[in-house]
Design a protein around this ligand. Sequence first.
Ligand code: GTP
Ligand code: MG
Length: 716
Amino acid sequence: MPRVTPLSDIRNIGIIAHVDAGKTTTTERILYYTGRKHTIIDIHDTKDLKTSTTTDYLEQEQKRGITIQSAAVSAFWRDKKINLIDTPGHVDFTIEVNRSLRVLDGAVVVFDGVAGVEPQSETNWRLADNYGVPRICYVNKMDRSGSNFLRCVDMIKKRLGARPLPIQIPIGSEDNFKGMVDLVEMKALVWESDDKDAEWQVLDVTPDLADKLGITVPSDRALLADVPKYRTELVDTCLEQDDAAMEAYLNEGTVPSPDLLRRALRKGTLNSAFTPVLCGSSYKNKGVQQVLDAVVDLLPAPTDVASIKTVDADGEPIGERLCSDDEPFSALAFKVINDAYGALTFIRVYSGVLTKGASVQNSTRGKREKIGRMVEMFAKEANPVEEARAGDIIALVSLTDTETGDTLCDAANPVVLERMRFPDPVISVSVKSKNKAEQEKFGSALGKMVRADPSLHLETDRETGQTILRGMGELHLEVTLDRMRTEFGVEGIMGEPQVAYRETFTKKLTEQYIHKKQTGGSGQFAEVWIVFEPLERSAGFEFVDETVGGSVPREFVPSVEKGLKIQKEDGVLAHYPTVDFRATLIDGSYHDVDSNALTFEIAAKACFREAIRKAGPILLEPVMKVETVTPGDYLGDVIGDINRRRGSILDQLERGTNIAVVAHVPLSEMFGYIGHLRGMTSGRASYTMEFSHYEPVPRNVAEEVIAEKSKAAASA
Ligand SMILES: Nc1nc2c(ncn2[C@@H]2O[C@H](COP(=O)(O)OP(=O)(O)OP(=O)(O)O)[C@@H](O)[C@H]2O)c(=O)[nH]1
Ligand SMILES: [Mg+2]
């Protein structure tokens, strides 16, 4: 089958933003205006579960009015195929943004015109920076009271450190938001009503525009009066991207045509020289078609993006693959979900062609996968396809061994694509089946949830034997259990949320351990010398082998590493995992008959236990970056309360008419914060938080944590 849509006509893009900025609302309009659906559903109409937006189809999403999992849809606009992923804004589901950005070529970053840059706008922006994803900004909700386009542009500059370039200027604001001036065409686009089918009029930008349109608010009038200034900024910035046009402009005064400007805007967007900014109100159906135009005109096609990097076993870059049908097949699995069709593995094809029935290599795990059914997903609807080509995003049905982050490729031309990085979940709860008889079914459902979501971890508490689920936040854990009820028909009980403490140590030391046992005939023997040294925060665990002359035989070195890996999970203070250290095996000895893999594993474990006790072990706790948005009247109370929670204030920012207090606060002090905050501010303040870093726990607090833990173990 030949290619249907040329690669240059594809746009793989994500919509990213803070919670509630209007991503799903915008996606609904995009599907409507591109003719993919004939109605628009609004978020607040889905609570009774009778209807849902296309992308927020999960029961949990409908009920809560938030997006929980990313959903892919596609549509055509001006003959370009737009594959679009609507992502969640809530920090607990940040994994969904992370993995989407990993495989997308461009992004639309949506802002709430009132709140401007919010904590998750910032986090998601940084994620997009990490993955090098070009983006455009869309300042939504211009109809809301308190909206302010310029303030938002200014925040994009200051808080995101970006170079925003307005390509539109809003006409009017709040109730009187009428449309925008298109600075490229220098035309005013004015909507006659809020109706979804309302047309816009195209007017010349004349000095009496404000009067003609009944714009009376002084700041709105001032903005329109400044249109020539913004047009000049746009033209000058575009000329930086085009030497010939710059010369023509300087020498002959040739004003660049709209087409030339668009080409320059595209170039600058793709190389991240600046970020174009648009405005609108998705809810009032103004500006969405213009966002679509910008996606087509300014965001990259798969061929515009630098080729994908390939890596070696240690994740170090070793080469690259061009995005082309003519290259050997390679794809990245970025999402695994369980649904009515079984396990669905979402892949982004980077090169080559994949056909049904093919046998491909999972190069990450060294396993073969047979390709059965392939589908293109439209939110929850699966449409069979026969093949997938470079640039496509599709899902494979019933793969057995492929997990999120794995590479699938042509077995004759194996490559491993750059892996994905996942956040470390810091909140844990004990979970168990409500119904004792359903234990096994519950366990298998839990396993499936964890497989689908790399920001969930499952472990068994070594002392209590309880099943512990670790996640990004209370909402994340709650939603996971609730989804097990709706998707697998099992009900669970959750314990109180707990902090995922870690242990580490403060001194470098060398430890020798001899494991020796004589039982009847055969004996056991292994000797190891290991240097333990602390590393910087979040360095994790490193193992180095520096033995020489076979003092520890080659084949037993992995057993030493294995022993350490197992033992480090059970710290010496309160049985939390030990992190941020290096263990270097420097020497050892063996016995021809009595040494084997097991004896070296045992020796390594004991060596670790002995050493860490002497190495000044300390407890680490997760510290969160908390942003509390409060009316000024309560500022003193909010700050006092944060201080009492062992918090340290980092910043205070203007957030519309409110103030945002940014602070670092230990997670253990944040349980129950929302209730307290509401009480303190008559329900007028809100907050968001995300994991920032691990820090040593103050001694008195550490003693309490350790005592608590041993009490819990004793009662279990
Ligand atoms: N006034 C106004 N409200 C809007 C606009 N766009 C969205 N909203 C409202 O804002 C709320 C949140 O919209 P969503 O589209 O769910 O926001 P989201 O960004 O998808 O949110 P999450 O997926 O949960 O992060 C809904 O009640 C929308 O009706 C807008 O342009 N103007
Ligand atoms: Mg949403």
